[in-house]
Design a protein around this ligand. Sequence first.
Ligand SMILES: C[S@@+](CC[C@H](N)C(=O)[O-])C[C@H]1O[C@@H](n2cnc3c(N)ncnc32)[C@H](O)[C@@H]1O
Length: 284
Amino acid sequence: MVILTTFDRLKIDGKVELEIGFGNGEFLKRLATSNKNINYVGIEVSWQSVKRASRKLKEFENVYLVWGDVWPFLMFSAENLKFHRVFSLFPDPWPKRRHIHKRIFSVDFWKLLSLRVSENVQITIVSDHYPSLRWYYDNAMISGCWWGYISESARSFGTKYERKWVSMGKSIYEAVFFLKGKCNFTIPKCDMRIPKLEKITLKEIKGDFKLPDGSHLSIKECFISDEIMLLKAIISEKKLLHKVWFEIRKDGNVWKIIPSEFSKFYPTKALQHTLDLLANELTR
Ligand SMILES: C[S@@+](CC[C@H](N)C(=O)[O-])C[C@H]1O[C@@H](n2cnc3c(N)ncnc32)[C@H](O)[C@@H]1O
């Protein structure tokens, strides 16, 4: 078993299946035990859950645990993968209508998911809350790339949340989806241009900036010495959050603005806008 983050690119040979929001990992363990020839990727946003699951799964060579949000995971980490089956068991503890924006299976999410699955994929979503499941179903239909059905679940998945809801006498519903065709979904990726500047003025840059694509840049810290400048920044871009240290340093005859290697960032327009903004600030 390995633990990765959404900033790692996964490369896995052979059949791969995915569990979104694996919680304490017991379902993932059952899958990985009964299908030794299949690889399992689990994505989970809670570090406590990743730690707990990793203890259960440490002996498994066919398991990859990814710590992070499923959106950047599907956009970037899973770029080279095609999942054969996808499970999400009791995915969203957000039954209230005012929390709809926090739910995973939006129309855009279904479109993104269609790019990362094999043609004969089967998606299984289980919930105790029929209106949420119905919302996922309606979004899948609106996306135009899925078909499926909802039924009262006849099988047990044996997870913590299933036990919780069953012990309270609740019914469990299961939605199953199949791919009709790939959707159009644009991943906000771009080829990065590292600014190379002949002359700059090293000066403190701090504060909040609105980027041309509507993303938000916040520069938290700034250190300057004779030869190098370091900036700590957070960029909030729709579903993505970049945490970047930028290095501004001389390379031969030019100054370069580089996101440093240990930072957490995705190669998107917002990152490019930030590089351009810093270049602009340092040359005026
Ligand atoms: C209600 S729990 C269900 C856990 C487990 N599947 C079970 O049935 O016991 C929902 C899980 O989904 C995870 N989760 C919620 N939103 C997520 C997201 N955007 N990306 C990855 N995991 C997410 C939560 O951290 C939580 O562990």
